[in-house]
Design a binder for this molecule. Structure first.
Ligand code: GGG
Length: 358
């Protein structure tokens, strides 16, 4: 029996509610496909920060390094500044483990209503490939003349040739397994150094992928096309910030933030990759038990796929799609009244039902 060690970081807010449902469903898939998953909880969160002064211990990466993957919920909570929670947990893991691809699929599923009129299930199906280790998320910069009328802040953006080439190449490789089309998000009319460099690297890589259509849009019109013509896109590659913004928009056009999974990938597999929903900790609904667990569960399917358990991954996805298609049970964000746990149990039951030969 194949066995995998998973490091679990539930984090904050609804992360603590949706992760247990993800584990419930992945356990059902593990039973059906004869694999063993062992889960180790790491209680790293804003609460940890408030009691210890750190989101996670100094040797955190050494602690999770031996695991096969990391399954993360959400980070961020009122009382702890967002840059503290992000730079104290998520970003050090993404960077330390060279998870330079953040893969974020957006698919309009049967049973889900999109805010866009006239769009049906299957008509929107694209993947965002977000650069996940450099770009606009940089630690280079500083503040000068604090608390004076000359106060200023400078933040440098970092685009390296290696960083651009590897994520753009990943996007082209992915497109080859899909509909052979990559779109680049740029802003080279206004951002005069980094973005023309990004375009140069995109065009250079595109030339090496004959048979894959390549095009590019400035980020402003690209966001408009996401709303007006989302069917045009297959794989969309963008910098750290652009990819982040586009993926929340992508989640909204396919019906809910609660349906958007993601994978922080170290494609070379030198380090564990990390799987997390696109959404954050949602303090407004935390503690009510009504968060949609689908993004977390679907991120778990991406984890199984990455671990090489393709049948189990497929079964989890199909179970999600089945429950959404029959629209029972649904959490409030997608038009129902169900609790987080009800949806998790329903999806797990779909997997177990097939196991029993029904
Ligand atoms: N699911 C992880 C989470 O809490 N994400 C919220 C967030 O603010 N992420 C920022 C980012 O992905 O850069």
């Amino acid at each position: 029996m194949k066995s995998y060690k998973i490091a679990v970081i539930e984090g904050d807010g609804i992360g603590r509610e949706v992760v247990p449902e993800g584990i419930r469903v992945l356990e059902a898939a593990a039973r059906r496909f004869g694999i063993s998953l062992s889960w180790t909880n790491f209680d790293w969160s804003c609460e940890t920060y408030l009691s210890t002064g750190r989101m996670m211990p100094e040797d955190a990466l050494d602690q999770v390094r031996p695991y096969d993957a990391i399954y993360l919920g959400a980070v961020g909570y009122p009382g702890v500044p967002d840059h503290v929670s992000l730079w104290g947990l998520l970003i050090p893991i993404r960077r330390g483990f060279k998870q330079y691809v953040n893969l974020r699929p957006c698919r309009l599923l049967e049973g889900i209503t999109t805010p866009l009129s006239g769009r049906n299930a299957g008509e929107i199906d694209f993947c965002i490939v977000r650069e996940n280790s450099e770009g606009e998320y940089s630690e280079i910069g500083g503040r000068l003349h604090r608390n004076t009328d000359q106060e200023m802040a400078i933040q440098e953006t970092v685009f390296t040739r290696r960083g651009c080439d590897r994520v753009i190449s990943y996007a082209f490789e992915l497109a080859r397994t899909r509909r052979n089309h990559v779109t680049s998000a740029t802003k080279s009319n206004g951002i005069v150094f980094t973005m023309p460099f990004w375009d140069e690297r995109f065009n250079a890589i595109a030339k090496t992928y004959t048979g894959v259509k390549a095009d590019q849009y400035h980020i402003d019109i690209l966001t408009a096309h996401f709303v007006s013509h989302p069917d045009r896109f297959d794989v969309v590659v963008g910098s750290n910030l652009f990819g982040d913004i586009l993926s929340d928009l992508g989640a909204a056009v396919v019906g809910s933030m609660g349906l958007a999974p993601s994978a922080n990938l170290n494609p070379e597999r030198e380090y564990p990759s990390m799987f997390e929903p696109v959404h954050g900790s949602a303090p407004d609904i935390a503690g009510k038990g009504i968060a949609n667990p689908v993004a977390q569960i679907w991120s778990g399917a991406m984890m199984l796929e990455h671990l090489g358990e393709k049948h189990a991954a497929h079964a989890v996805e199909q179970a999600i799609f089945k429950v959404l298609a029959r629209r029972d049970p649904l959490t409030p964000d997608i038009g129902g009244k169900a609790k987080t746990e009800d949806m998790g149990k329903a999806i797990a039951a779909e997997i177990s039902a097939v196991t029993a030969g029904n």
